[in-house]
Write a protein that binds this ligand. Structure first.
Ligand SMILES: [Zn+2]
Length: 467
């Protein structure tokens, strides 16, 4: 009997039971008008390549009433059923979960906004995203500001959206306020160890982070940290002329050296020891966002993991696709923080990802209006830092990963399984709806071939819901 109920698939079950504050615009409408698969309420999506935790199988995903009810192996179902959408060699896999996106809504919706940001996510195969607490205004640091964000999102999103709350000096020592924010449903907290570039989102230090972790421990939710500490001597560079031509990328690169990341990670590790088994913040978890330095910073994180600290780390496709040497003068689209480093560093990042030392990927999608990117001036020192990428992360990861022999199972691990664990681990977040998504890419035999050759990638993102 090969009728495999979804409960037998930990990954599918994990995604299905992933705890979210879900704000689906209108699930029945979006699942049908959005993908126009079938008018039937009971059907099968067949493929020779369905990615499951047990490997890639040939078979079909059974959908009933908008929900996945089973995954069936080929030999058992063929010929038995009528309503089958057969995708042949195309890959059927879980939708991507992006744990790091800035949609800037409310307050700076002209930078992105929930409608365009979530449509771009869906177009790129991301079916769930967790929105960062800053770049919107006001920043999401209290129950009141979370309410504003929920109101902005409620009627204008096309994929599942959850929220991180902000850990800032103003609330860090106020356990009651943090608990209220966590009770209201944020998946965890985010803080900065350097200026965030957003006035109402000030930076934290190790004391704030320690206090935040002790509250998060009770909720078993993570703290995500932007890990760079500005050194006084070097910070001087960015505010002045950077010691060189501001249109040259290398000038900008020098203003944010790897030592900033290393200093931050070193300081973080003085508090992550609290998260060890038996420690005062056992249950809390620290997640280093968008690691760029693949040397000392990564070594420190690896050591901390070995010691039993509850810590994970992500990097982003732009660090894996680009290198400093290739960035043209004046092309401020590449400006982000921490910066894209040299080609040797990029190789190390890939190795760390392949070895499992980097746990997962995220977009760090952080758009703004073209005027603030100073595309005409090309001044790297003054342009807004942030890369707009949410719809490209899947083809970029796959295309650039070909050189390293990445597999579909790795893709699912980096983009679905581990992000799901991060955002939902042991979570008791109350959520409005449960859902499960699956993403179908149509491009046999190589599912996403060609570097950024988007024309080669046809993708249907289809929403299925767990009952
Ligand atoms: Zn970010």
């Amino acid at each position: 009997m090969d009728l495999l109920h979804w409960k037998l698939f930990p990954l599918l079950a994990l995604l299905a039971s992933f705890l979210f504050f879900f704000y689906i615009q209108d699930s029945s409408k979006s699942s049908q008008s959005g993908c126009s698969l079938f008018p039937h309420s009971h059907y099968w999506i067949a493929s020779k390549r369905i990615v499951t935790p047990q490997g890639i199988i040939s078979g079909a995903v059974e959908i009933k009433g908008g929900s996945i009810v089973s995954i069936v192996k080929n030999k058992d179902w063929s010929g038995k059923f009528k309503q089958v959408v057969d995708y042949g060699n195309a890959v059927v896999m879980p939708g991507l979960i992006d744990v790091h996106a800035h949609l800037d809504d409310p307050g700076r919706a002209e930078w992105e906004g929930f409608p365009s940001g979530t449509k771009a996510a869906a177009a790129g195969g991301i079916t769930t995203l967790i929105d960062m607490p800053l770049n919107n205004f006001p920043s999401t640091v209290s129950t009141e500001t979370l309410k504003l964000k929920i109101e902005a999102a409620e009627k204008s999103i096309y994929v599942d959206v959850g929220f991180w709350g902000g850990l800032v000096p103003e609330n860090a020592f106020n356990a009651t306020a943090l608990e209220a924010l966590l009770d209201a449903g944020v998946h965890g907290l985010k803080s900065f160890m350097c200026p965030s570039g957003i006035n109402d989102f000030p930076m934290t230090d190790a004391r704030h982070i320690k206090a935040g972790l002790s509250v998060l421990a009770k909720y078993k939710r993570p703290l995500l940290v932007h890990s760079e500490i500005q050194s006084v001597v070097e910070s001087h560079l960015e505010t002045e002329d950077g010691g060189g031509d501001p249109r040259s990328y290398s000038t900008y690169l020098k203003t944010r050296p790897p030592s900033w990341e290393e200093a931050a990670v070193r300081e973080l590790l003085t508090v992550t020891k609290d998260t060890r088994s038996g420690g005062p913040a056992e249950g809390a978890h620290l997640h280093v966002v968008h690691l760029s330095d693949a040397s000392s910073s990564l070594d420190l994180i690896k050591e901390a993991k070995r010691r039993g600290d509850s810590i994970t780390v992500e990097t982003c496709p732009h660090y894996l696709a680009f290198s400093a040497e290739e960035i043209p003068d004046g092309d401020t689209r590449f400006k982000c923080a921490p910066p894209i480093r040299d080609a040797a560093n990029k190789e190390k990042l890939w190795n760390a990802l392949m070895e499992g030392d980097i746990d997962m990927l995220s977009s760090d999608h952080s758009p703004t209006v073209p005027e603030l990117k100073l595309l005409n001036d090309g001044n790297f020192l003054k342009a807004w830092g942030g890369i707009s990428s949410i719809q490209f992360v899947l083809p970029v990861t796959w295309s650039y990963g070909q050189k390293y022999g990445i597999t579909l199972e790795q893709l699912v691990s980096w983009w679905s399984e581990r992000p799901a664990k991060l955002a939902g681990q042991h979570s008791k977040v109350k959520f409005l709806k449960l859902s499960f998504y699956i993403c179908i890419s149509i491009n046999p035999p190589s599912p996403f071939s060609g570097a950024l050759r988007m024309n080669n990638l046809e993708m249907t993102t289809t929403l299925f819901r767990e009952p």
